[in-house]
Ligand binder design. Structure first.
Ligand code: BGC
Length: 777
């Protein structure tokens, strides 16, 4: 394994290994920034970074507070050094919205500030079993007054518009005035990307005794966001409290002044409803008000209970249990928790590269969703996978415009986007990655194979498949010097270190897959639902001639193979570049993307992330084991893994070809990337694709699960040092549980009537009369 990555595995754990929790045991301002991302709470609709309730006017080195709604963005003109014709004019950047979590506490006039006075006790824990963030501390102010504070925070997973904080405090050694200043702070800015960082204006606000609201507008895009707040005080706090209100241009403040009695605990619950809308004529206020009214009646304790119930259902489906590897047990739950929090579930949004946990990558969606995250949902929570694909369907028109921009037919999905239009100003890193079309088609098929959701395929899937396939017909051309094969020139595969190449193998094979699956689905639907087919075909102008043309071209696509090296060449030029091994590159030059000019990178046979190897996985049934080994041996030493999307794929392939050590080491790089902050950039937000990749590395890697042509296969293995691991998968209306132990595996039918799959070459059938089967590995 490459030295650069091996080094990272020695990194000390930042949090104790606990099966269900991530605990910060000590407050240190130096670790505050990455904790803000780790302790992010979200529900797919919105995300709140784990910034404290009390404000620390710190520097951007130590804190970047953030509250975001998935899909709510600001837009600015892209400034080009040299603009290529038909380049996207406007960018899209997720907006840092009002901070509604702000709560400051004062003992008399002294403000709670963990950087002053003394922290006598401190603990913050993310409880992944319950879906809640808790902080408990005892703080002594500079006059020696001690106060105990307990804060519980949640973003409701069952009510997507609700966030809530329970704030409790107890004076330990004094009686006197304690003021709790709760606010909606609309005076916020973006930390990154936007030139005009003040993206918002307040259009309305109101404050009453313990309720109030603020209404924001995103200046450049017109999104309106309403934050409605209601405070609930326990009886004891109510009786001893005077409430003051303050409002200014862009914030509203409630000050609860309590005559605190030594030893008594006081509780203030802050229930917040957040809604947004895009249309000028709409107003999100009444919806937010209604959500808050309902949640306030429900009460904080019941919201907590609801949350735990939601999580318990989620864990039933997605929990991976690992015996004998506590660091990994924790990592799996952490990753699954964040994937849930990051994923849009409304068909209008998707999963941003950093989830809803930071502004980096501008809140953009990439191919990460379909290639790394969608399988996680398709096999465990198919309804989420369906919605992620519906997002692509709902943005198909914009993808068609994007194709037209490139003088192509059909649809070309954008490389980076929020609203469906291409948002990248750097075409050599974005539009050139045409493979995203095939990745989306692959995901449509994957979801369909797992779910057999015929309705989805007929109403949405087929159209995506046809429009993406059309793009390939117009992108490629017959090239005489390639024996008149159909070639794709000036493309970039997943390896972003080789843009603008001809015949990237991943792209060519996946384009063929895209065409073949479009043809196959068209045939199936034509046969099963001729009326439906007719309607779709008429609407999108699909003819039998076009299907025939797709078939012809698919057969003619150039599928590269190098006879001399007996490997799959990454593209036409890769093998002719200057050979280099990553071990010969000084550590200080890595990641290359930050240290070498692109022209230098392009000269070498150096790879950013799995490319040919990803092909060996996605279309693995088309290649034999020996070729996979030769490809692995050739490309692995040349791969820097400068993208966190890479190690998981190497781990899976290493498992398949029996390189057990490498499989394990690559798996370790992916599983705890964020928790151990391998890349020292988790403060920017979590790496959602890498989190999805971790799950793939276990299920497809160690358990050797594959699904090709509607059939499921397992080739399970137990990594050294583990006692056992277990996961559940859905497949065609059934759910199965797979438990891998030393030398044996148990398959169990959890729900559904009957399921069939292969364990190595053996056919396994689970049904009512035979619910489970234990087999040798
Ligand atoms: C990777 C891309 C990925 C993007 C967002 C880049 O560094 O090379 O493959 O889509 O990050 O995660």
């Amino acid at each position: 394994m490459r030295k650069y990555h091996a080094k990272k595995l020695d990194k000390e754990a930042l949090y104790p290994y606990q099966p269900w929790k991530i605990t910060e045991q000590e407050f240190l301002i130096e670790t505050n920034h990455h904790n803000e991302a780790i302790f992010t709470l979200g529900n797919g609709y919105m995300g709140l970074r784990g910034t404290f309730e009390e404000d620390y006017p710190g520097s951007e080195e130590t804190t970047t507070p953030g509250f975001y709604i998935n899909g709510v963005y600001a837009s600015e003109e892209i400034i080009y050094g040299e603009e290529a014709p038909n380049s996207p004019k406007k960018g899209q950047t997720i907006v840092n919205l009002a901070d509604w979590s702000e709560i400051n506490l004062y003992i008399n006039e002294e403000k709670l500030n963990l950087l002053k006075g003394q922290i006598l006790d401190y603990k913050r824990e993310l409880d992944m079993e319950q879906g809640i963030l808790r902080r408990e501390m005892i703080w002594e102010d500079r006059q020696g007054r001690k106060i105990e504070i307990k804060i519980n925070r949640l973003i409701s997973l069952s009510r997507e518009h609700i966030g809530a904080i329970r704030y409790q405090f107890k004076a330990i050694n004094f009686s006197g005035k304690i003021s709790v200043n709760s606010a909606v702070n609309g005076d916020v800015s973006n930390h990154h990307h936007l030139r005009n960082k003040k993206a918002l204006e307040v259009i309305e606000s109101e404050i009453n005794t313990n309720t109030g609201y603020l209404l924001h507008k995103v200046k450049t895009t017109g999104f309106k966001v309403a934050y409605v707040v209601e405070h609930l005080l326990d009886d004891y706090a109510k009786q001893n409290c005077e409430i003051k209100k303050r409002s200014s241009d862009n914030r509203i403040d409630w000050i609860f002044e309590i005559s605190a009695v030594e030893g008594e605990e006081y509780t203030i619950d802050k229930i917040v409803g957040i809604n947004h809308c895009k249309e000028e004529a709409e107003n999100p206020l009444s919806a937010a008000r209604a959500s808050v009214a309902r949640a306030s009646i429900t009460g904080f304790e019941n919201l907590v209970e609801e949350q735990a119930e939601f999580m318990s259902g989620y864990w039933q489906d997605v929990d991976v249990k690992i015996e004998g590897a506590e660091a990994l047990q924790q990592a799996f739950r952490f990753n699954a928790f964040h994937i849930l929090q990051a994923a849009g579930k409304d068909g209008q949004t998707s999963v941003a590269a950093k989830g809803i946990s930071g502004e980096h990558y501008e809140g953009h969606y990439f191919w990460d969703t379909e290639s790394y995250i969608l399988p996680f949902f398709a096999f465990q929570r198919p309804e989420v996978a369906r919605n992620l694909l519906l997002y692509r369907y709902n943005t198909l028109d914009k993808a068609k415009k994007n194709a037209a921009r490139m003088r192509l037919e059909g649809a070309l999905y954008p490389w980076r986007t929020i609203n469906g239009a291409e948002a990248s100003g750097f075409f050599m890193g974005s539009t050139v990655q045409y493979h995203i079309n095939a990745d989306i088609a692959y995901a449509v098929n994957l979801y369909y194979q797992v779910s057999r959701d015929q309705e989805f395929m007929e109403n949405y899937g087929l159209e995506i498949l046809i429009e993406t396939a059309r793009m390939w017909l117009s992108l490629g051309s017959y090239i005489p010097m390639h024996d008149n094969k159909f070639c794709f020139n000036e493309v970039c595969g997943p390896d972003e270190y080789k843009p603008g190449v001809n015949n990237n193998a991943y792209t060519n094979y996946m384009a063929k897959f895209n065409l073949d699956i479009a043809i196959k689905m068209a045939e199936i639907i034509k046969d099963k639902s001729p009326e439906k087919y007719k309607r779709v075909a008429e609407r999108i102008g699909l003819t039998d001639n076009e299907i025939n043309r797709m078939r012809e071209i698919s057969e003619d696509i150039y599928l590269p193979y190098d006879e001399r090296l007996e490997i799959t060449p990454q593209d036409d030029s890769f093998l002719y570049k200057n050979p280099i091994e990553v071990d010969n590159i000084p550590d200080s030059d890595l990641p290359l993307v930050k240290n070498w000019h692109p022209l230098i990178i392009w000269r070498y046979q150096v790879i950013k992330q799995a490319d040919v190897l990803l092909l060996m996985l996605q279309l693995g049934y088309q290649f034999d084991r020996d070729l996979k080994i030769r490809n692995y041996d050739y490309y692995e030493p040349k791969t820097t893994h400068d993208s966190s999307l890479s190690p998981a794929i190497y781990s899976i392939l290493a498992s398949e070809i029996g390189y057990k050590n490498q499989a394990y080491n690559y798996f370790m790089q992916t599983a705890r990337l964020d928790l151990d902050d391998f890349n020292e950039n988790v403060y920017q937000g979590v790496h959602t694709a890498c989190m999805g990749g971790t799950w793939l590395a276990l299920v497809q890697g160690f358990a050797g699960m594959r699904m090709f042509n509607n059939k499921l296969y397992f080739h399970p293995d137990l990594p050294d040092g583990w006692d056992e691991y277990q996961f559940r998968l859905r497949f065609k209306a059934s759910q199965i549980e797979v438990t891998v132990k030393e030398n044996k595996v148990k398959y169990m039918l959890i729900s559904g009537d009957k399921v069939e799959f292969k364990h190595y070459d053996q056919l396994v059938v689970l049904e009512e009369s035979n619910l489970s089967q234990e087999l040798e590995i």
